[in-house]
Write a protein that binds this ligand. Sequence first.
Ligand code: SF4
Length: 221
Amino acid sequence: MTINPFNEPLNEPLNKRLRLNVAERLADTEAEGPGRRYALWVQGCPLRCPGCCNPHMLQDEDATWLGVDRLAEEICSTPYIEGVTFIGGEPFAQAEALAELAKRVQEEGLSVMVFSGFSYDKLSRSLEPGYQGLLAHTDLLIDGPYIESQQVNDRRWIGSANQNIHFLSERYAHLRDSETGWDEGSNTAEIRLKGGQLFINGFPHPELTSLLRKMKAMSTP
Ligand code: SF4
């Protein structure tokens, strides 16, 4: 994926050169990780998991290019949130810019959670630019592809049984060490009207997804 198509001078600070291809962003959600979070969906994913709930975010095409500076400012000025969640699409396909953004928001006291279709083992051994930087500034990593045949509705934030959470810092040690288990509780979904369109995030029950798809088909001329 092309991260910086703007041919900017290399003597600019890194955070000024880096931009992200953003599919969607939501300033305040409780369905994409612990507490209230700013969620940022990136555009483009090299994987093609059957049943992926965001098929429109997979193509490597221009969505909305936003600078790291602007996103850091927007995230850090959002009231009441405890952190940011990077989701997609595949966050590690834009690891360099996200590593810088993660560093900036952590410096302001916010936590960072990342969903990746790649395994932690693979990510942690990669020499791709930004991979180790993004891992270094991630508190919680959910790894592994979504596998439709292993879909679950009783794990917080997680769509299929093969996926795992990695506590890469002590920030959420209380969840890791919880006697009831960090993923106790059913999946959460939120539905809102955004720009006149129904917007759903989190992991909705398949029956709800199917109902919403039917409603959308009926309302499309
Ligand atoms: S890794 Fe995630 S975004 Fe990519 S295809 Fe799989 S479920 Fe979809």
